[in-house]
Design a protein around this ligand. Structure first.
Ligand code: PDD
Length: 292
C-alpha cells in the first residue's frame, strides 16, 4: 500500500506490466539524480486518451529538446496508452508518462555510450473538477516566475513549479499565477487566460511557458464561438483590471479564477463570480466531451 493511492494499479515500466508497488527504478536513474527527463499527462474520457495526437507531438518535441532518442514511435506510444487504459479501471482516467535519460554512473554529461531511457507510465482515477469548483471558481495568488528559461519543455525538473504551488497553498490558494519581468507567464501547472472587453487574451507561446494541449483547445473553442483571441504579452497590472480570469490544464480542464491576491476578479455585479465568457467556453468544452 502506498500512501494516498488506492488499490495497486497496473503500471508500465521498461516493457513490463506490474503492480505499482512493485515498480522500482535504480537510484542512479538520471531522472532521480538530475531531473533529467520529460513527462506527459493525458486525460482519458470514456476509456480513450483525449487529444492523443497533440500529446504525442508534444512528447516528441520534449524528447528532441533534451536530446533523448524516442524509445517508441507514435504508434507504439498509442498502443502502450491503450493497453494502460485497458489494464486499469474507470471510464475517466489520467495517464502519466515519464521518460528519463536512463541509469548511469553519476556524471553530468550524457552517458557515453548511450543507455536505454527509462520509460514509466501509470494511470490514476480522474477526479474531474467538481460542480462547486466550476460554479464558484478558485482563488490564485501572484508570484514571481523564478523558473529557468526553457519552460516550453515538459521537463520533470519541476522545482520552480513545486515551490510556486506550495507558496500558493501556504497562502490558502490552490494555484499560483506567475509573472516574469512584469508580464504574465502561466500557473504552476496550468495556462492562464484573461478576458477583457469580450476578447480572450493569452500570453505568447514561447520558451517562457508550457504550451498546454488545452491552450490550443481553448483557442479552437473560442474561434468556434466567435470570441476574439489575442495572443500577446500581458502586463501584470492588466490582470487586476480583467473582466474574467481562467485557467486550463489536463486535470483541471477549464476553471474560472474568481480571486486574485484576495481581491475579487471582474467588474461590478459579477465581481468574484465566474463570468459569461467562461460559461460559454465551459459549455463548449463539455459538449466536446459529450460528443466523444
Ligand atoms: N500540467 N503549464 C504548466 C507549467 C503545466 O504543468 C501544465 C500542465 C500546463 C497545461 O498543459 P495541458 O493543457 O497540456 O495539461 C501548462 C500537468 C497537468 C501536470 O503537470 O500535472
Amino acid at each position: 500500500m502506498i500512501d494516498g493511492i488506492h488499490g495497486n494499479p497496473t503500471v508500465y515500466l521498461n516493457g513490463d506490466w506490474l503492480p505499482l508497488s512493485e515498480a522500482k527504478v535504480s537510484v542512479l536513474d538520471r531522472g532521480f539524480i538530475f531531473g533529467d527527463g520529460i513527462y506527459e499527462v493525458l486525460p482519458v474520457y470514456k476509456r480513450k486518451a483525449f487529444r492523443l495526437q497533440s500529446h504525442l507531438t508534444r512528447l516528441e518535441r520534449s524528447l528532441a529538446a533534451i536530446r533523448i532518442r524516442p524509445p517508441l514511435d507514435q504508434a507504439q506510444w498509442a498502443a502502450l496508452f491503450d493497453e494502460l487504459i485497458q489494464r486499469n479501471q474507470g471510464d475517466d482516467q489520467f495517464l502519466y508518462l515519464q521518460v528519463t535519460r536512463g541509469v548511469a554512473k553519476r556524471d553530468h554529461s550524457f552517458p557515453n555510450p548511450e543507455v536505454r531511457p527509462t520509460v514509466f507510465a501509470m494511470s490514476s482515477p480522474f477526479q474531474r473538477p467538481t460542480t462547486a469548483q466550476r460554479d464558484s471558481g478558485i482563488a490564485v495568488v501572484s508570484l514571481p516566475d523564478e523558473r529557468w528559461l526553457h519552460c516550453d519543455i515538459k521537463s520533470v525538473s519541476l522545482l520552480g513549479n513545486v515551490l510556486a504551488r506550495q507558496a500558493a497553498i501556504d497562502r490558502g490558494a490552490p494555484e499560483a499565477v506567475m509573472f516574469r519581468d512584469g508580464f504574465l507567464t502561466e500557473g504552476s501547472a496550468s495556462n492562464i487566460w484573461m478576458v477583457k472587453d469580450g476578447a480572450l487574451h493569452a500570453p505568447l507561446k514561447n520558451h517562457l511557458i508550457l504550451e498546454g494541449i488545452r491552450y490550443g483547445l481553448l483557442q479552437e473553442l473560442a474561434e468556434r464561438l466567435q470570441i476574439p483571441v489575442q495572443i500577446r504579452r500581458i502586463r501584470q497590472q492588466e490582470l487586476t483590471q480583467a473582466d474574467e480570469l481562467m485557467l486550463t490544464s489536463a486535470t483541471k480542464e477549464v476553471l474560472p479564477i474568481v480571486q486574485l491576491d484576495q481581491r475579487p476578479v471582474g467588474p461590478g455585479a459579477h465581481a468574484g463570480r465566474p463570468g459569461p465568457i467562461y460559461a460559454k467556453l465551459r459549455r463548449a468544452y463539455d459538449q466536446l466531451l459529450d460528443e466523444l
